[in-house]
Design a protein around this ligand. Structure first.
Ligand code: 2BA
Length: 109
């Protein structure tokens, strides 16, 4: 058995949960925050048998889009007068960041 942890953008989370339910995969959604952008994202925990991993991967791939997002770099406060305004930079986010982990034991009471 494997536990798939998939971090996706909030904009894709409803589409992904709908697709997982439709394909009969069980999943739990957690509200999460990206360490870099400090913006909300959604983390899915999906427990499946080994042979189902590739099926789940295709559902994730088909539900999540890569998007460009503008970020304004955080600059340390400076005491000097010659300050400058940091320009926003574009980063590419997603489609999804996925970890597949082995499960030693699964119980469902
Ligand atoms: P964030 O940490 O908010 O990162 C959002 C996007 O910013 C990343 O997209 C990446 O393009 C960029 N980015 C992140 N850290 C960076 C850095 N140190 N320098 C330059 N650019 C950086 P994704 O790679 O698609 O990641 C989307 C979200 O997935 C992340 O949101 C984070 O919540 C999660 N994630 C990504 N890699 C992870 C990892 N190795 N472990 C745990 N969570 C991860």
């Amino acid at each position: 058995m494997k536990l798939i942890i998939a971090i996706v953008q909030d904009k894709d989370s409803n589409r992904l949960s709908g697709a997982l339910v439709k394909e009969n995969y069980r999943a739990t959604k957690l509200a999460s925050t990206g360490g870099f952008l400090r913006a909300g994202n959604t983390t899915f925990m999906i427990g499946v048998e080994d042979h189902q991993v590739e099926g789940v991967m295709s559902v994730i791939r088909n539900s999540c889009k890569v998007r460009e997002q503008l970020v304004t770099p955080v600059t340390p406060m400076s005491g000097t007068t010659d300050s400058y305004l940091p320009l926003p930079v574009e980063v590419q986010v997603g489609g999804a960041t996925v970890f597949v982990m082995p499960v030693d034991r699964f119980e469902h009471f």
